[in-house]
Structure formats: C-alpha cells, structure tokens
Design a protein around this ligand. Sequence first.
Ligand code: GLA
Length: 396
Amino acid sequence: MLPSVKSFQRSVEKFRQVFGTDPEIVTFAPGRVNLIGEHTDYNEGFVLPIAVDRYLCVAARMRDDKIVKIVAADLNDSDEFSLDNFDRDPQSNWRNYPRGVAWTIQQNGIELKGMDAVVASDIPIGAGLSSSAAIEVGFALTFLHFAEVDVPRPTLAQWCQLAEHKFAGVQCGIMDQMIALLGKENHALLLDCRDLSHQLVPLPKGIAFVVADTGVPRTLAASEYNIRRQQCEEAVQWLSKLVGKSVKSLRDVTVEDLGTVFHEMPEPIRRRARHVVTENNRVLAFQRAMRELALKRAGSLLLASHASLRDDYEVSCLELDAMVKVLMSIDGVYGARLTGAGFGGACLAVVREDAIERVLEETPKKYKAALGNSSPEPTLFAVRSSDGATVQRLTD
Ligand code: GLA
C-alpha cells in the first residue's frame, strides 16, 4: 500500500463519507511521461515512456447488483449507470472513461459486477501526463478484480485504447495504456507499437526527470491529434505508390526511402512523415545512449525530437518552445522537449539529480521573463519512475 499518496487518502476518506463504509480495494494507476518517441505509436513505431509517481486512485466496493456508482472526489461530480444498459455521456468528459472500459470489457464476453467507487487523482489534467489512460486503466483493473478475471496486460491496454476511441472520441495510440499497465520503477519501457513487444531499459543513476507544465491548456489536442493521424495515413498512401516496396505504415519507411521521394510528396504530408520516420530512429538511439550512460548524447536527441515536433509535425507552441529554451539555459539540464501530444501542456527535462532544486527555482522566473505580460503560470515538479497499476486490498 502507498498510504503517503494523497489521492489514495482522498479517495478512501471520500468513500467512507459517501458510502458509510470502507472500500474493499484501492486501485493505483500511474501517470506517465514519454521520454522520447512522440506521435510514433499510432504509426506502428517505437516509444520510450516511464510511469511516474503521480497516481489516480479508485477506491471501490463490489455491489450485489449491476449498478455502478462513481463519485469523482476532485470534480464534485458523480455518475450512476446500469451495466445492463448504458451509453456514452455526450455531456461529460470523465464519465466516458469508466463507461468506455466497462463497455469494451463486456464486449469481450466478461460479465461485470456493479460497484460503488470514488476516484481521486494527483495527475494534473491536460498537462500531457495521460490522466486519461490512468482513469481507463484504474477502472478496468477494478472491474476485472470484482469479476475475478485476469486479462493479459497488453490485451487490456488494447481494450482501454478502444474505450478511448469509442467513448472519448480520441483516436489515441497504445503507448499510454501500455506504460500505465507495464511500467517498472527505475526503468523506461521500450515499446514496439507494431507488435507490442517490449523491453525494460534501466535508467542511469544520478539523473532526474522534471515536468515543466507551460500552463497552456491543450484545447486543440483532440481535434488536431485526429488530423495528424489522418495526415499520416495519407503519407502512407503516397509512399506506398512512390517507394518501390510494401508500405503498410510509416514504420516500413526508412530515412533513405523518404529522402528519395520527399520532393514528389505534397506539403505538409511529407514533413509529417519525416517527423515520424526520424523520431523512430531517435528512440532507438536514445535508449542506446541511456544504456551507455551517454547523457549528453541523450540530451541532444531530446532537443532534436523537440525541433522535429515543432517544425515538421507542428504540434508545439510559443510557450513550449520558450520552456525548452529556458530549461536548456540552466546548468545541469541535459535535454528537454515537449512531451505528450503537444498543443500546450508540458515539457520534460532530463537533469542531473543535484540540479533539481535549481531547475525548479530558476525556470518559472526565466519563463515569465521570456514571455512577458502574456505569460501563463507555469508549474514545475520532479517525478520518479514508478511501477505500473496495482490493485490493493484494504480489508482482510
Ligand atoms: C497522446 C496519445 C498517445 C500518443 C501521444 C503522442 O498522449 O494518447 O497515444 O500518440 O499523444 O505521442
């Protein structure tokens, strides 16, 4: 159990208050930070995320009927539906995640039990730490625990992803759900999104991760994200005609392939493709650099990833660019880049462990000075790598 986790305490207290009894279990689902490999997952490419020590907690008790009652402790909101008859809720965002996973699990022939639940989260919403995968994974494991069914975690990740497609309307890739389920302390997860094969990459000692939220809400994230996905599909169509080999996804294309036909492809499709193809190489180079303790090299790869996301994929913004520049001006920062889907949200910085305090203190001042009066309020915090989601029993 992790009694020091704040969302754990809030979920349990609220559960007692609302339902007048203790929860049976609490499911912990971590947020994630992607070290490198952005917008590659839905192109069957490589990603290298870590799960982080910010958790969403679901405190729950099974019911004898098919009713699901959920209280969102931090949102002052609740939901109630019957597992026999429910749909997406067009009025709400968060309600569609528990509903979505209940739907995909039942679609796979598993009979679910009703439950009373309280959800609380320490993962900031909209910062790019994938609070959405955490809520999917948190509820999926809770439902399965009460149904007494074990599903292999990669399969469960796919079910959660489908829930997000069908119920939340975002055509996300598989990275976030995989890392929330398969993360390991002191390791990053090198994931091949083509076949979901994965390996743990040990993290060097003496480095730390800082999340620097720009304070810019990711308002365009859902719509622009889906547009980028379509553009990648268009790129595949062009490349399968132009390159003399079978191209089913951008994963099948090398930098050399793209170089030979780049000028025959239209804008912005060709730059979208260039980002994905070069980013895949950067993921592999970065994980090698981590294993070889080549931190300067790793840092340069982070910067190259940011430049590619800014110039070729066009998912950065003024504030994310300013944040990267500011972070790089501070002694002890190896590299920085936007992390997650982009269009606002946060940057990740890989820093020397002994530089954390300095980075947390100096960055906000410098960021505000760089952006002047129009500067949004940044939030910075250090994160540690963590294990994937777990279900913990409370009553003996
Ligand atoms: C979001 C999606 C992921 C991934 C990233 C971009 O976080 O949920 O699947 O595509 O954006 O790398």
